[in-house]
Design a protein around this ligand. Structure first.
Ligand code: PMP
Length: 390
């Protein structure tokens, strides 16, 4: 029996279905990663793949990015977590405030899920309203307010405080504002929702949405957990958007668990513990120095030049795939493909040496060379042709 299979057999004894992250499930079972290096991963059976998953877009510089590792080690040498703040959180906060200048206050947590959960709480606290308006099929993590309305284990009562509109549907959004406008605390949007097809939002829709949100006295929450890698100031900077709250995660941790909420000083003041009855934001490992230091090093290396090169790599792959006749969406370093059978396509790509997201998401990293970019294009085209004509 192969090592991957043996590990899965053991996993089933202690993990339901042998699984810990549903997002990594690919039937019958995903192979186990043994080691990552730069743009490549080797699994437990010794199979090497070019990593186009990058831990679901988080590893912007690929695996074992030396500046992040060194920063993390350096931080670790002084202690990994304290019951006191450290200077590292200020440095990462300053960096984010510089990139998103309209959001001058930040708070850290350990995942995108937490960031979205807290942003919603902040919007509710700041407006004194309950309702959240969000878009169907956009993934925002696993907290109650943002999972599918038919998700098991969800309290029925959630329906009273969350309404959804189809992605990009101006008319439905307008209707919801008419009906619930005065009750809406926040509108949650991902400007290029991966699960909903990774299509950039229409600028007119986004402009109208911002206007409707603000004239209803609600706050605009932009979820940039994935899209932050698109531009120096996140994807919202391309839309010239003034979000009131923004959620981040993934890339800002330099390979370690991270999440953050940024907001305007006025909105974020609801979390200021000097003020009476402020919103409590704890988290034993929130803003831990290891994550903060690694994240700072990752972002320092992810400057405008690096972003532009990375986005250009994505454009080249998309162009090549389209020229070869297959549909793909996305922008910059994020690409989605639409095969008929996702599982079959995922395995075919894996066996050819390309690790994708289970929904056929491609997320590039800065450590990829031009040869890697060529290779990704050729291998995907081969897989596509074999699965459609083979
Ligand atoms: N928001 C978006 C847009 C995401 O894509 C994700 C995760 N893929 C999350 C939130 C949740 O982040 P995490 O997995 O770190 O909890």
């Amino acid at each position: 029996m192969s090592r991957n299979k043996r590990l899965f057999e053991r996993a089933k004894q202690v993990l339901p279905g042998g699984n810990t992250r549903t997002t990594l499930f690919v039937p019958p079972a995903a192979p186990y990663a043994a080691r990552g290096d730069g743009a490549y991963i080797i699994d437990e059976d010794g199979h090497q793949v070019i990593d186009c998953n990058n831990n679901y877009t988080a590893l912007i510089h690929g695996h074992r990015f030396v500046p992040s590792l060194e920063a993390a080690y350096h931080a670790m040498e002084h202690g990994t977590a304290f019951g006191l703040p450290t200077g590292f959180e200020i440095e990462l906060g300053e960096m984010l405030a510089k990139r998103l200048p309209h959001l001058d206050q930040w708070r850290f947590c350990n995942s995108g899920t937490e960031a979205v959960m807290q942003a919603i709480r902040i919007a509710r606290a700041a407006t004194g309203r309950d309702m959240i308006l969000r878009f169907e099929g956009s993934y925002h993590g696993t907290s109650d307010a943002v999972v599918d309305s038919n998700a098991p284990g969800l309290p029925k009562a959630i329906e009273q405080s969350v309404v959804t509109a189809p992605v990009g549907d101006f008319r439905r959004t307008q209707e919801l504002f008419k009906e619930f406008g005065g009750q809406v605390a926040g509108v949650l949007i991902d400007l290029m929702p991966n699960r909903a097809g990774l299509r950039p939002s229409d600028p007119t829709f986004v402009r109208d949405l911002q206007e409707m949100t603000h004239s209803a006295g609600a706050l605009l929450i932009v979820d940039e957990v994935i899209t932050f890698r698109s531009e120096y100031g996140g994807l919202q900077s391309r839309y010239d958007l003034q979000s009131d709250l923004t959620t981040l995660g993934k890339v800002i941790g330099g390979g370690f668990p991270a999440g953050a909420v940024g907001g305007t000083a006025e909105v974020m003041s609801v979390t200021d513990p000097h003020l009476p009855n402020s919103l409590a934001w704890g988290g034993t490992f929130s803003a831990n120095p290891v994550t903060m230091a690694a994240g700072r090093a990752a972002l320092a290396a992810f400057d405008r030049k690096a972003i532009s090169r990375l986005n250009n790599m994505g454009d080249r792959i998309r162009e090549r795939l389209r020229a070869a006749g297959f549909e793909c969406s996305g922008s910059g370093s994020l690409i989605r493909l639409f095969p008929d059978d996702l599982t079959e396509f995922w395995w075919a790509a894996y066996n050819k040496g390309v690790l994708l997201g289970t929904n056929a998401l491609v997320a590039l990293s800065t450590v990829m060379s031009d040869t890697d970019v060529e290779l990704i294009g050729s291998r995907l085209i081969e897989v596509w042709n074999e699965s459609h004509h083979g």
